[in-house]
Design a protein around this ligand. Structure first.
Ligand SMILES: Nc1nc2c(ncn2[C@@H]2O[C@H](COP(=O)(O)OP(=O)(O)OP(=O)(O)O)[C@@H](O)[C@H]2O)c(=O)[nH]1
Ligand SMILES: [Mg+2]
Length: 253
């Protein structure tokens, strides 16, 4: 069986590192699987998991700032290009882990990983020894309205098209939602158009409605799953969705 590689992506602070640690540990506890942890964020200070591979052993954003006279943003950009150049070295090391499931923590600035060379190049290299998929996180407090949920679906779709792997949209930090927001949460893609109308009929709603047609056409058939690393809400649901995606990938190969 090839390794199942789960890349965790999302905007800065959306909970990627926490989910890799919390969900990864839960999967290791619940199932009889060998789970490994990969950190690809050269700028992270603290990790809530013990990485089996840590890109910081090879790339240091602080060193780049000093050696190349760059500011923090320039150094992070440079580190992403170095990540792309290192893809063969990384994959060679990861292949040796021979794990069933690999959780891959990605850089805080997901836009750099997705839109520069590093993400696509790494994913291409991962495909030689694993089946990679991605989770795209967005925070619950930014996702509980239909328009925001649509944006989360759209961003997941863009990541899917750019990285050429299945991407599941995931709502993080669900423990921060109020009871009302939890109750009315717009999770089913199929019912979003209907719910959109109840949020008012302005130009943005009209645009979102058109957007939903595109999203439904290109996105993998899924729903927004809500998870919390604190309460472990949604972990079973997320694992079931991931399993479905891997089964579909298996059928395609
Ligand atoms: N309430 C709540 N807070 C969370 C949860 N997951 C993460 N956080 C908090 O959100 C903040 C950011 O979490 P990280 O895991 O570092 O997020 P990240 O996306 O890896 O951040 P960057 O790599 O810096 O972009 C931290 O303060 C976490 O404690 C959650 O499920 N619930
Ligand atoms: Mg992080």
């Amino acid at each position: 069986m090839p390794t199942q590689a789960i890349f965790v992506l999302g905007p800065a602070g959306s909970g990627k590192t926490s989910l890799v640690g919390g969900f990864g540990r839960w999967v290791a506890e619940e199932f009889n699987l060998s789970v490994s942890f990969v950190n690809l964020d050269p700028a992270v200070e603290h990790l809530p998991y013990s990485p089996d591979f840590d890109v910081r052993d090879f790339i240091s954003v602080k060193d780049i700032m000093v050696k190349e006279g760059l500011g923090p943003n320039g150094a992070i950009l440079r580190s992403m290009d170095m990540l792309a150049e290192m893809s063969e070295v990384i994959v060679k090391a990861l292949k040796k882990l021979r794990s069933d499931i690999m959780f891959v923590d990605t850089p805080g600035q997901s836009e750099l990983f997705v839109f520069r060379d590093s993400g696509p190049k790494l994913i291409k290299a991962f495909k030689r020894f694993s089946i990679p998929i991605a989770l795209f996180l967005n925070e619950s407090t930014l996702t509980h309205k239909v328009k925001e949920a649509t944006i989360t679906y759209l961003m997941s779709l863009i990541v899917r098209l750019r990285l050429d792997i299945p991407v599941l949209p995931v709502v993080s930090k669900s423990d921060l939602l109020s009871d009302t927001s939890t109750h009315n949460f717009p999770d089913e893609l199929s019912t979003l158009s209907l719910k959109l109308r109840s949020e008012g009929e302005d130009l943005l709603s009209e645009f979102m409605n058109d957007l939903l047609t595109v999203v439904k056409h290109y996105a993998i058939p899924t729903r927004l799953v809500k998870v919390s690393v604190i309460t472990r809400e949604g972990f079973e649901d997320l694992y079931a969705l991931i399993h479905e995606v891997f089964c579909a990938c298996g059928d395609l190969t």
